[in-house]
Design a binder for this molecule. Structure first.
Ligand code: UD1
Ligand code: CA
Length: 460
């Protein structure tokens, strides 16, 4: 292509259309898993989901994922995240994998970002730096890091502030192996140049693969500029096995803890609290030690989550107290100022403002009115082995301890349920319901019982 053709081509490209191609065709055999590697979760989200979210947030309006044959789960996740899916039928190297997305590459993007699906911690800001480097005139911007142990990584060979080559470890000479600046694998390419550059890459190397990394030398041979940007090793760590998966989890948890504390939550012992990637905490939330957040939890201002609680899919409004030892399952909504105390499990239930479930209860498929008080040990019997049914507890109702509310059932507003009741019929507002055996008292019966000859204590 002539220079004129290049510039004409660039002009027809939209000023800021970025395409991201995420490589996810890895076999992941070292995970020893029935799942594709990129589907393994970090902070409650598959690695591929993290990468797609980061490239989208960095401004990649169009996203493509290259999967291996039969990787239906990865493909479905990619589509759900708004990405196109391409299949690399043979594993012939990273450049070959990028070219599997040829129809997307032939599009009008001004920048093409290449990311790896098994490198889940790279931030949108880092992808944005790569994109900016290309918009600033580089044809190739590669991401590097200073490796504690560079063995196995490609090395970034720089001269006069420019990147001149990326040499795979297996192809590197002794001098190149001394370089500690390693290739993270991610790069951004000029959209106008990407396809012709990638098509010129050959496979004459130690692994007979088409290396994406060779794009640097190919670009320079055409007089184009390549640059290296540097990121933290922790940010660009890749995951090949479950030990590295746990390391990635630890790094991300640390990042999430710091972000929540900086945003105004108190974590009493941050290293013991585990977040989901999407946990939302308001200001002045206090999270005591050993709390686990599953996906989709939102906690309002000033709420306190006491120690050893587990929350997933729950909404906790402001001023609520939860736990210690509480379990909030999906669909639990705790309205402002309500309280869910120790050893209480709440599932798919709306707990009204100021309502209290202080101890040892199971409340599922229920509506608990404002200011209702649900005594210790109360159970909503929501499941008959076939169907789930609803329990409604009216505003200000009082359910005595150790009651079983057999759903479907409604306790009217202001009603009282005597403790130990099994409630099978609806209770009208302001009524008293007693659903238990009547107590029988037999005076002196115990004395007479002990006096029976067969019950006298034997002397030993
Ligand atoms: C790659 C880089 C290396 C870098 C290292 C960082 C190349 C040639 N080498 O090496 O410079 O230091 O990452 O971890 O790019 N993939 C496919 N199809 C293929 C081959 C790879 O989809 O045919 C995907 C993999 O699933 C993975 C990524 O590309 O997500 C990297 O491939 P991998 O084989 O792990 O490359 P490395 O040898 O680690
Ligand atoms: Ca790798």
């Amino acid at each position: 292509m002539t220079d004129q053709a290049h510039s004409r081509n660039s002009q027809t490209r939209e000023a800021s259309t970025c395409l991201a191609i995420v490589l996810a065709a890895g076999e992941g055999t070292r995970m020893k898993s029935a799942m594709a590697k990129v589907m393994h979760e970090v902070a409650g989200r598959p690695m591929l989901g993290h990468v797609l979210a980061a490239v989208a947030a960095s401004g990649a309006g169009r996203r493509a994922v290259v999967v291996g044959p039969g990787h239906e789960d990865s493909a479905a996740l990619a589509r759900a995240a708004g990405a196109e899916v391409f299949v690399q039928t043979e594993r012939r190297g990273t450049a070959h994998a990028v070219l599997a997305a040829r129809p997307a590459l032939a599009s009008e993007a001004d920048v093409v970002v290449v990311a790896f699906g098994d490198t889940p911690l790279v931030t949108a800001a880092t992808f944005a730096r790569l994109i900016d480097a290309v918009r600033g005139g580089a044809a190739v911007a590669a991401l590097g890091f200073h490796a504690a142990d560079p063995t196995g990584y490609g090395r970034l060979v720089e001269r006069d502030g420019e990147l001149v080559a990326i040499r795979e470890h297996k192809d590197a000479n002794e001098a190149e192996r001394q370089i500690r600046l390693c290739n993270a694998g991610l790069m951004a390419l000029s959209g106008a140049e990407a396809l012709p550059l990638l098509e010129s890459i050959g496979s004459a190397n130690a692994q007979n693969e088409f290396y994406l990394t060779d794009v640097v030398e190919v670009a320079r041979a055409r007089g184009l500029k390549a640059l290296a940007l540097v990121a933290d090793e922790a940010e660009v760590q890749g995951v090949n096995d479950r030990v590295q998966l746990a390391r990635a989890e630890a790094t991300l948890q640390e990042r999430l803890r710091i972000a929540h504390m900086r945003a105004g939550a108190t974590l009493v012992a941050p290293e013991t609290v585990f977040f989901s990637h999407d946990t939302v905490l308001g200001r002045d939330v206090v999270v005591e030690p050993h709390v686990v957040f599953g996906p989709a939890v939102v906690v309002g201002d000033g709420a306190v989550i006491h120690a050893f609680s587990h929350l997933a899919g729950a909404t906790v409004e402001s001023g609520v107290t939860v736990g210690p030892y509480a379990r909030l399952r999906p669909g639990a909504v705790l309205r402002a100022g309500s309280k869910v105390g120790n050893f209480v499990e709440v599932k798919n239930a709306d707990v009204g403002e100021g309502a209290k479930l202080p101890h040892l209860s199971y409340v599922g498929d229920a509506l608990v009115g404002a200011r209702a008080n649900v005594g210790a040990g109360t159970i909503t019997c929501n499941y008959d082995g076939f169907n789930k049914s609803r329990t409604v507890i009216g505003e200000g109702a009082f359910v005595g301890s150790n009651s079983s509310l057999v759903a479907p059932v409604t306790i009217g507003a202001g009603a009282i349920v005597g403790s130990g009741s099994v409630v099978t019929d609806d209770v009208p507002p302001d009524a008293l319901a007693l659903g238990r055996g009547r107590q029988v008292v037999k005076p002196d019966w115990a004395t007479a019982f002990r006096a029976r000859p067969e019950n006298r204590k034997k002397k030993s």
